[in-house]
Design a protein around this ligand. Structure first.
Ligand SMILES: [Zn+2]
Ligand SMILES: [Zn+2]
Length: 305
């Protein structure tokens, strides 16, 4: 396991295809997972500096290790002249989070602006015509959501393939629907969850990248996993073959189990072939010091997909 320094917190930075997964996630301590290219941060942890650059934060549930930095995120963005952050939360905690943020305005004597969006499972938040965020139900006891970042593309219908462009243009003028809508789930983030329906949700199964917790690995931690509504290695090993993701990133591993040991235990369960697509977020091989990660900001929204 990587040595922990309290002076310099190390953050993970994994490149997977076109995007990076940047963050930090240890059970009960802090979880923050950013996809800078898509301008979204999942959970905010204690709001490390790099998280400020995401215009949208999706909060999975109300546990402190996932939401602590939310007022700091909004306040700092205002202080630094950035546009108000959008914070998406499970609708059951929208009201108390709103009260919390209003209290902070009084305490800080600063009119921090923010946009709070409460979501229910299945609900969609449209960021742009071609990009949306879908909430999915997770299983963690209280109100909790996972989120899927979905790219929306317009495709030519099969029957018009090979039709000359001019003809297509004329049909379009006449109001013929020549295109259909194709949703491509890019990244799914589950926050904290135990086993259940969420692992059969088509967006979760098919997302190019799935970020899921797997908190406990040791055999004698099974009861802990059950009590805290978390995944145990044995649950995860059963789920893996049913998933179609190109990449699976494991987050929220308990500090009780070292990452290298966790990886070896998982390898014994699922085999070398599956391990090719499985990454541990907190595997600090190739990690960056905070200062280096801070250089990475999101591109203008119109170039992001
Ligand atoms: Zn947690
Ligand atoms: Zn939790």
């Amino acid at each position: 396991m990587a040595e922990k320094s309290f002076l310099v917190q190390k953050f993970a930075r994994i490149q997977l295809g076109q995007v990076h997964i940047i963050g930090y996630s240890v059970a009960g301590e802090e979880t923050v997972v950013q996809v800078p290219e898509l301008n979204v941060c999942f959970d905010i942890g204690r709001c490390p500096h790099f998280a400020l650059t995401s215009d949208i934060v999706c909060i999975s549930h109300g546990h402190m290790d996932h939401i602590a930095g939310i007022s700091y995120y909004l306040s700092q963005r205002f202080f630094q002249g950035m546009k108000p952050g959008t914070v998406i939360v499970p609708r059951e905690i929208e009201r108390p989070v709103d009260s919390l943020l209003r209290c902070w305005r009084e305490v800080e004597r600063q009119g921090t602006p923010y946009r709070l969006v409460g979501m229910a499972p299945g609900q969609v938040h449209e960021v742009r015509r071609d990009f949306l965020i879908r909430a999915v139900a997770t299983h963690h006891g209280g109100p909790s959501l996972g989120y899927v970042l979905v790219s929306v593309r317009e495709k030519l219908k099969q029957e018009y393939m090979g039709t000359p462009g001019q003809e297509l243009a004329e049909m379009r003028k006449r109001g013929v629907e020549i295109q259909y809508r194709l949703e491509v789930p890019l990244v799914a983030f589950l926050g904290d969850t135990s086993v259940g329906e969420v692992f059969r949700h088509p967006d979760v199964v098919n997302a190019e990248i799935l970020v899921t917790e797997c908190t406990f690995f040791d055999a004698d931690h099974k009861l802990k996993a059950k009590a805290g509504r978390h995944l145990h290695l044995d649950n995860f090993a059963e789920i893996v073959p049913t998933l179609k993701n190109q990449h699976i990133v494991i987050s929220h591993v308990s500090r009780r189990t070292g990452i290298r040991r966790a990886r070896n235990m998982l390898r014994r369960k699922v085999g070398d072939e599956q391990m090719k697509r499985i990454h541990f977020l907190m595997d600090f091989e190739g990690s960056k010091e905070a200062g280096e990660v801070e250089e990475i900001g999101p591109p203008p929204p119109d170039t992001a997909e």
